[in-house]
Design a protein around this ligand. Structure first.
Ligand code: SAM
Length: 244
């Protein structure tokens, strides 16, 4: 069954899809027919099965059932990802959405190799958001993670206090404390991953001084596209919704 998101909370048994891209996709690409069923997620992350009643410049649907299912983790995890080269960011976005990430913040750090001007950043973020939308549909999420505007790591220190826990995966960190930080009281977590070239020590120090924790992901050096996915998986297993 095809899955779509509406940006409002469904409060009646009628659902209107009016997003022009979705309307065209439903009519032209998917060639959905009247009386065909669709899965709809609303802005309250509720999931419904609807049937298509009319199609014009909007798709008018009728609710058949509301599904009592939650596919969103009770732990909100934001990924701050050092900007990686080539298509790695696409892999990182896709896999982190499947693993329940809340929002993704591309991070510019001293050792980031990719240089993007404002126009280039806008284009890349639009591309990554499209990947996030597709991954959210494929993994049947009820929330579409947002790929946020590029953030300079120096500005991240000011955001640390917004979280219950900020974990910086640091390749030179020797203490294996990740497990100790993952306690059930942590509901809003940020994970910070360096680019291919890793972090400068002072970048990590600034985040630790602001209240973050530098942690090791073990004795091997993981690729940047592996590190965030690994950390997200561990968090969802330890305190998130993979093992609960
Ligand atoms: N250039 C670095 C070096 O050669 O040591 C490696 C950087 S690694 C490819 C990219 C990022 O993945 C790191 O900045 C860190 O965030 C994360 N990472 C990789 N392996 C890690 C480990 N064993 N412990 C903690 N973080 C790790």
């Amino acid at each position: 069954m095809h899955r779509f998101f509406v940006g409002y909370v469904i409060e009646s048994d009628q659902v209107i899809i009016d997003n022009i891209n979705d309307v065209n996709h439903i009519k032209r690409a998917l060639r959905v027919q009247i009386n065909e069923k669709l899965e709809i997620c609303d802005a309250a992350s509720q999931e419904y099965v609807v049937t298509v009643e009319a199609m014009d410049d909007q798709i008018v649907c009728k609710v058949l059932e509301k599904r009592e299912v939650s596919r969103e983790s009770h732990v909100l995890v934001d990924l701050y990802q050092g900007l990686a080269k080539g298509s790695k960011m696409e892999t990182i976005v896709q896999k982190s959405v499947e693993l329940g990430v809340h929002n993704i913040y591309p991070l510019s750090t001293k050792r980031v190799i990719v240089k993007l001007d404002a126009k280039g950043q806008k284009k890349k973020i639009e591309r990554w958001q499209k990947i996030a939308d597709e991954a959210a549909k494929q993994s049947k999420r009820s929330h579409i993670p947002e790929v946020k505007p590029m953030l300079a790591i120096k500005d991240l220190a000011g955001l640390v206090s917004d979280y219950d826990l900020v974990l910086i995966a640091y390749e030179l960190e020797s203490s294996r404390s990740l497990k100790n930080h993952l306690t059930d009281d942590k509901k809003k977590v940020a994970i910070v991953i360096g680019p291919e070239g890793g972090f400068e020590a002072e970048e990590v120090d600034a985040l630790v001084d602001a209240g973050g924790h530098s942690v090791s992901l073990g004795p091997r050096i993981l690729r940047t596209e592996t590190a965030g996915i690994t950390m997200l998986s561990i968090i969802q297993y330890a305190i998130g919704d993979i093992s609960k």
